[in-house]
Design a protein around this ligand. Structure first.
Ligand SMILES: C[S@@+](CC[C@H](N)C(=O)[O-])C[C@H]1O[C@@H](n2cnc3c(N)ncnc32)[C@H](O)[C@@H]1O
Length: 296
């Protein structure tokens, strides 16, 4: 079955209230909000007083909780310096923490005069209830470390330190995957890597499950969910980004393909079942039939 891919323009709290009224329930939410660090966004203020920002994040986590099925998961991404706020907010809104994932950066550390340079972001993985409804223990074909004598014959389990997913930074390092304008500038500086969403979706959902992204940006969640046979709802405030998501879904880019990752996860038991049968691109002219957009 072709997965449903819904792209909703507007404020995520308003749209989530609408989804709740319509009875939607999600297996997984990927939460990658603006980090309130004064970035240039057109549609909203990225420089809120800290108290206001965390109150807002609390409301978002609460709304996601209501929309999540029993045992469903949230992956909340933030800067490492905000770890204590993230953990507090998840606890106060009813979530059970499963892992604090450390996503290490491949680029140079952000230097600091009086403490260690910073080189990771956190992703808090929490569930609605004590145990996850779904958790697939993925195995990866990690490169052999120099201190190991023999290669692992069946790969190794993914741990809570993710050092094998390249971030999409500026410059050449971002590679083909980064969406660029005609001048070659990054369209959205916070675009998440396909490999990150693939790991999250494969770990915490089954094919045919529903995935939610309240801060969709360039639509990475939708692009990946679709290929893995998962339904998704993406909410984005900035109309320019909504257009980007639609184009990304309509015009296939090889750099968005999850197919090359399959080999890396080949040691995972039942990988074929977990992977699901999705579709890469929406056939030309069929966008409206397969994607439902609720506009202002
Ligand atoms: C960190 S980016 C997400 C990037 C995304 N993970 C990707 O792969 O492109 C956060 C996004 O949230 C959007 N946003 C900000 N406030 C919002 C709101 N109230 N409701 C929905 N989206 C919002 C911004 O326009 C921005 O694109």
């Amino acid at each position: 079955m072709t997965p449903h891919t819904l792209v909703l323009e507007g404020d995520c709290l308003e749209r989530m209230a609408q989804l709740e009224t319509e009875g939607y329930q999600f297996a997984l939410t990927f939460l990658d909000p603006p980090f309130n660090q004064g970035k240039e966004y057109v549609c909203f203020e990225d420089d809120l007083p800290a108290e206001e920002y965390w109150r807002w994040m609390g409301e978002v986590c609460q709304a996601v909780y209501r929309l999540t099925q029993a045992g469903g998961a949230i992956y909340f991404m933030q800067r490492e310096k905000n770890t204590e706020f993230v953990l507090r907010i998840l606890r106060e809104t009813g979530w059970t923490l499963q892992n604090l994932i450390i996503w290490t950066k491949r680029t140079s550390a952000v230097p600091n005069g009086w403490r260690f340079g910073k080189q990771y972001q956190i992703i808090a993985f929490a569930t609605k209830g004590r145990k996850p409804r779904v958790f697939h223990r993925l195995r990866i074909d990690a490169p052999l470390r120099p201190e190991y004598k023999y290669p692992r014959e069946a790969g190794m389990f993914v741990t809570d330190v993710w050092d094998d997913i390249r971030e999409l930074t500026s410059g050449y390092f971002a590679g083909e995957e980064a969406i660029r304008d005609l001048q070659g500038e990054r369209f959205h500086k916070q675009q998440s890597p396909v490999a990150l969403l693939a790991r999250i979706i494969l770990s915490s959902t089954e094919p045919d499950d529903w995935v939610l992204d309240p801060f969709a940006g360039t639509g990475t969640t939708a692009v990946v969910a679709r290929q893995l046979g998962r339904h998704s709802v993406s909410i984005e405030l900035d109309p320019k980004n909504v257009t980007c998501i639609r184009e990304r879904l309509e015009v296939w880019r090889e750099a968005d393909s999850v197919a090359p990752l399959k080999h890396y996860y080949r040691f995972t038991p039942d990988l074929e079942q977990i992977w699901g049968q999705g579709v890469e691109r929406i056939p030309a002219g069929q966008f409206r039939q397969t994607i439902y957009t609720i506009c202002r």
